[in-house]
Design a protein around this ligand. Structure first.
Ligand code: ZN
Ligand code: ZN
Length: 591
């Protein structure tokens, strides 16, 4: 629900903010609809500007830099004001005769309604401002300003100086808010705020020195950096010395949010046609289907890779086959080169198979992940926000230079010859990057800023399967087996999230599920456990979106019969922007 700060679509899945246009495609409408739509357009465009005033950090992240000098003080007064504003926007919104709106505006209507209701719910009921100390972290906002390319270094530093002048008040409010937090979020807050300290470290002081600010400006900024570091340090110490010992002694709040909150968060975040429980049930069925398919493929491959060995019974044979195939990987020093070389091949495949029209004017730049972004995900796509559409799109790949030989080997096995291609499909073509280019051209700024994560991740997962269906990887059983392993991860993410937060699954049971039934390495499974203890619902977005897209395609296929055209399906689907799949479905079935 908090859609600010991150502009990065990670394979690990951060919340992304999408870009898009502000033009409104005029469609054939009735006279009465015309006025309702015109009024609605004005309303929503004004509302977006009000959002930026309330959420200056979110504004910065989408490339709207007017409020860069302001830092939100997350105190009670701010939260009350936010709820009041959201309630009045909801009232204004619900005064529109939604049935008179164009399809695109109806979708915007529902997305806005959902967003505002979610914001109110988050403050009044979810109350994570109390129990999640990791919400408070000035690091990402500062890093974006220091590293952004939207303005000269001098101007960015001047604005930064104004913004961090609020840092003491910011962290005082944080200390005031945090009441009986979970151990997991407290530890995360300590870790991430230590990261924030390094953002405000010697590299920043050096850039201040190298800038053209006058001596007085430099002096003031350096003082404010020092004060901010003290405020962060003070927050870390408060968490370490006061909070952690107290919550460990008393009755600690669980990180599990339970059925009622989970169900609501699922509905707000995924905006799916399914309930949380339905997705959980479906994921369980899918898991068994995938296991059967993997066993069949393993049986087929066995004589080729283990000619002298009897195949063990059941899933252990699959695990052995996956381990064997994972040995095929690129050398560590050519990891980024390998990715760079694959992009044109993917482009070409999409063109020759007529899968969708690509825009050659929007290049994707493959680069080593900048230092300040490293440590989050192996690969990610950085997209410009709706107000900086002409900025470049980057495919960030973490270089393996800082890994020990053992770490690098394990990483390269994970991203082996097969899965590296699937990763590139997911992140780049025709996954996130391609969807982004389409979304950029979609007519709604609402869909751009409130981009539905399940649709975005669902599309990238769908793209993997669709490419293989079309013969990418020459239909080899090896490629399919490794794809199933990936898809199984997506499926287990959904099962795990629900099981842990709603059904009380233990750590031991979770590790068992991931390693025995998901063929994951122990280290990967432990990372996943950590992630499920600090996030909720996000892990279900991949499976939810993917399931809904596959269903929609089946539905349209059976409706159109022989006339079904895959390219048209893709282009039409993407043309609506990053809307929830259920609304895209409504629009596609009507047309
Ligand atoms: Zn993704
Ligand atoms: Zn190796």
């Amino acid at each position: 629900m908090k859609k600010y700060v991150s502009l990065v679509f990670c394979f690990l899945g951060l919340i992304g903010v999408f870009l898009g246009g502000c033009k409104n495609k005029s469609e054939t409408r009735q006279q009465a609809g015309e006025t309702e739509d015109t009024r609605f357009d004005t309303f929503k465009n004004n509302l977006v500007l009000k959002f930026w005033r309330i959420h200056p950090e979110w504004a910065s992240s989408v490339g709207y830099h007017r409020y860069d000098n302001i830092l939100t003080i997350p105190d009670n007064k701010y939260r009350r004001g936010l709820v009041r504003s959201y309630k009045s926007y909801l009232k204004e919104l619900e005064a529109f005769a939604q049935h008179k709106l164009s399809e695109n505006n109806q979708t915007d209507f529902y997305m806005l309604q959902n967003f505002l209701a979610a914001g109110i719910w988050q403050v009044d009921e979810f109350k994570d401002y109390k129990w999640n100390p990791a919400i408070y972290n000035i690091g990402p906002v500062v890093a974006d300003m220091v590293n952004g390319r939207y303005d000269s270094l001098d101007n960015r530093l001047r604005t930064l100086s104004q913004r961090i002048a609020y840092s003491t008040a910011y962290y005082e409010a944080a200390i005031d808010n945090v009441k009986n937090p979970t151990v997991e979020h407290t530890q995360l807050a300590i870790l991430q705020n230590k990261g924030a300290l390094s953002v405000l470290g010697s590299a920043l002081v050096d850039s201040v020195q190298a800038s053209h600010l006058n001596p007085a400006e430099k002096n003031l900024l350096n003082q404010r950096i020092e004060t901010t570091r003290l405020a962060i340090d003070n927050y870390i110490r408060h968490l370490q010395e006061n909070i952690l010992p107290a919550i460990k002694k008393g009755k600690t709040r669980s990180f599990r949010i339970g059925q009622s909150q989970y169900t609501q968060k699922f509905n707000f975040e995924n905006e799916s046609g399914y309930t949380a429980n339905e997705i959980y049930q479906r994921a369980n069925l899918e898991k068994h289907k995938i296991h059967r398919a993997m066993l069949a493929l393993t049986k087929q491959l066995w004589p080729k890779y283990f000619p002298k060995q009897a195949m063990p019974a059941g899933l252990p044979a699959v695990k052995q086959m996956i381990n064997r195939l994972s040995q095929q990987h690129v050398p560590r020093d050519s990891f980024i080169t390998a990715i760079r070389q694959q992009i044109p091949a993917l482009e070409k495949f999409v063109n020759t198979r007529h899968l969708l029209t690509q825009d050659p004017t929007q290049p994707l730049i493959v680069r080593a992940t900048p230092l300040y972004m490293q440590g989050v995900a192996g690969a990610s796509v950085s997209a410009p926000g709706p107000y900086e559409k002409n900025a470049a799109t980057y495919y960030n790949v973490t270089p393996l230079t800082h890994y020990t030989p053992a770490q690098a080997e394990s990483y390269l096995r994970e991203y082996n010859t097969y899965t590296l291609q699937i990763l590139n499909i997911h992140e780049a073509i025709p996954g996130h990057y391609t969807q982004l280019v389409y979304s950029n051209k979609s007519p709604s700024v609402i869909k751009a800023i409130l981009g539905n994560n399940a649709m975005i991740e669902g599309w990238a997962v769908y793209a993997e399967r669709m490419m293989l269906e079309q013969g990418y990887g020459r239909n080899s059983p090896e490629m399919w087996l490794m794809w199933y392993k990936w898809n199984l991860r997506v499926t287990l993410n959904a099962i795990l999230d629900y099981s842990v937060h709603v059904l009380n699954m233990s750590e031991e049971e979770a590790l068992q599920l991931l390693t025995q039934e998901g063929f994951q390495e122990e280290a990967e499974a432990r990372e996943k456990w950590k992630r499920v203890t600090i996030s909720q619902v996000q892990l279900t977005s991949y499976f939810t979106g993917y399931t809904e897209i596959m269903n929609l395609r089946d539905e349209l296929k059976s409706k159109a019969g022989k006339n079904f055209n895959l390219k048209n399906f893709h282009e039409k689907f993407l043309s609506y922007g990053s809307a929830p799949v259920r609304y895209i479905r409504d629009m596609m079935l009507e047309n």
